[in-house]
Design a protein around this ligand. Structure first.
Ligand code: SAM
Length: 217
């Protein structure tokens, strides 16, 4: 079932999944949410010169594009690995308005939205691998410094948020690594603490009281 385009209150677009009855980003602002949670609380806090990022739920590619753009201002060597079970069509991507807003070149458009399952160099400092696979069957092979956990909510997709699935990626998180997500439910927090993570609470983007950032240190 093809997701539908939805205009959020900060003027940016997201998708609505009929299959899951859920939006890909906050209805209160897709760009605002991505910037606040994944870039400000995630990417910008990593001080290493090389950063390996794992994203669960690549979706529209918005978090990847925002990370890429943020990295251009203060470049590090980034390897970005996105996991996605149902890639959106390039036609849907073109209708999201991200190309115009982020001023993406035709090469960048192709890399962010079309070429799956091979590592591609977008720039000297940014490599992207979009893997079309089911997270439940995915076994991470490398280690990561930052995890963006952006699955649909635990109410909709409880199988994504299980202790076992969190464990399989958190064991691959480097000792100074960081895990960020939009969800701050009690059972998630308990699982993260059991897995040895330290949790910090931050105010959330519009419409969300708080979010958490988990780190190994
Ligand atoms: C909340 S949206 C992610 C939004 C995305 N990060 C973005 O910036 O557009 C959740 C995503 O998880 C994907 N997904 C759902 N089940 C999955 C699974 N089992 N394995 C991998 N991806 C899955 C959905 O297709 C959807 O793209």
């Amino acid at each position: 079932m093809k997701p539908e385009i939805y205009l959020t209150t900060d003027g940016s677009k997201t998708l609505y999944s009929k299959e899951f009855d859920e939006h890909y980003h906050s209805k209160n602002g897709a760009f605002t949410e991505s910037q606040h949670i994944f870039i400000n609380l995630g990417f910008k806090t990593i001080e290493k010169p090389e950063v390996n990022i794992l994203e669960i739920g690549y979706g529209t590619g918005l978090n990847a594009i925002m990370t890429y753009k943020s990295n251009e201002l203060n470049p590090k060597k980034v390897f970005y690995h996105g996991i996605e079970k149902s890639p959106i069509s390039s036609e849907t991507f073109k209708n999201m308005g991200y190309i115009e807003y982020f001023d993406l070149t035709s090469r960048e458009i192709k890399i962010f939205s079309e070429d799956w399952d091979k590592p591609l160099k977008i720039s000297q400092n940014f490599k992207l691998l979009k893997q079309n696979t089911d997270f439940i069957k995915f076994t991470p092979q490398r280690s990561y410094d930052l995890i963006y956990f952006d699955a649909f909510s635990p109410d909709t997709q409880p199988e994504m948020w299980t202790y076992e699935n969190l464990k399989k990626i958190l064991t691959k998180l480097s000792t100074d690594g960081v895990f960020v997500t939009y969800c701050s439910r009690g059972d998630l927090k308990r699982n993260l603490r059991t897995l040895g993570m330290n949790l910090k609470r931050f105010s959330g983007p519009p419409g969300k009281r708080h979010v958490i950032r988990a780190s190994k240190h």
